[in-house]
Ligand binder design. Sequence first.
Ligand code: AMP
Ligand code: ZN
Length: 484
Amino acid sequence: MTEQFPIYLHNTLGRRVEEFQPQNPDEVLVYTCGPTVYSYQHIGNFRAFLFADTLRRVLEYNGYRVRHVRNITDVGHLTNETLGTGVDKMEAAARRENLTPREIADHFTEIFHRDQALLNILEPTAEPRATEYIPQMISLTERLIGRGYGYCVKGDVYYDVDKFPSYGMLSGNTVEDLIAGARVEVGEGKRSPADFALWKAAAPDKLMRYESPWGMGVPGWHLECSAMALDLLGETLDIHTGGEDHVFPHHEDEIAQSEGATGKRFARYWLHNAFLQLSGAEKMSKSVGNILTVGDLAERGIHPLSYRYFTYQAHYRTPQNFTWEALEAAQTALYRIYDQVADLLQSSEPAGLTESGAAVRNAFREAINNDLALPEAVAVLNTMLSNSTLPPEDKLSLLDDFDRVLALDLLAVGRGLIVAGPAEREILDRRAQARAERDWALSDELRSKLAAGGLDVKDTAQGQRWTRSDVLPRVQAPQTGAGH
Ligand code: AMP
Ligand code: ZN
């Protein structure tokens, strides 16, 4: 373990920034609510996964080992989860596409994995599927019934929120407010409208149904995260993450279930990201149909890592507006960084840090450890690049170091930008010779020839410098407003 610096995180539980202290300094236990794989994950969803990935990288940067579990939801997520009504999203998609729920899940999980890799999101330590956790969900439900928190009504099992006095501790909702605001549904046989389903009976015409002590049915959505977290991470997690829409009911219900079953604190720090929204505060959502995917961005000539860089321009707890203009500007800014890396790599290599380099490193760490202040961390990087007194070796070491958190492939892309093949090398040599002989006409001709092959050459006091123009995607379509 390296030298420790304090990390501060905003805990939704208590709504304040606290110094992070893991239970066990050797391993931090993190759980992230994963994708519901009935459709594409849009770039708003990926804001949540990029945030969780950045959190993990910040912890690792600080010397911690992280056990990160992120599930795949392939059963149980209803179309209206706030009210606990509607149909299972997987089941609805399967019927629409005339496929099995498993085929739908496999298809969209594969696309999710592909996009996650393009965004440099690390694979979690474990990625359990809800459908593989039915036995654990059933035994958790039995345990809750045994401890007086669950009750069965005609094949459905509900959680009795009145039995859990701290219900509402995360969201600040009280049972009375929920009922008065009609944010919960009166259900046949429910003791209180605020009670939520642990298990739901499923009729024979349903595509997804499982045997249970209460008859054929499906688990409630909240149950899977409790069952998987308890199984793979133990009774108390260090950090639980998700989008802010999950605070209620999903995470509130995860707490009620997990703590009801174990009598122990479920998660010590709750971290929630704000939404990516289209201008006009409209949220990007699959049900509204205004979604954009990583593939849609690629079609426009946007590099996936430009989207990653774009997300660093807003703090994770601030809503971020999506516009094509802002995304394209982020790409331009990132490409400018790549070009600077390419220039640096043509004159030097990463090496140890001088004292001024170490001071820049501290400023970066201070920013990321301050509740993941990525806008400040990126500002430290950009200021460092334009600092004319810092040695280039320091700059390259720092870029390499910062990239453990930023995951923008800074050095790898920089190296790719300066690749020149043997034929190009030969033209570059001829051009250097022509310049030495002050043959400007030939020098220009050779420059055009190189440019036509994708190599842009410029002349500096230190000689020729070049970058490839055919490595990074370029924006294709004319700029338009937000959305489609
Ligand atoms: P889902 O696939 O709907 O279960 O969502 C996966 C994750 O994306 C959850 O953590 C959501 O809270 C999060 N999420 C959904 N929409 C957005 C959005 N527009 N911006 C940021 N996070 C989102
Ligand atoms: Zn969850």
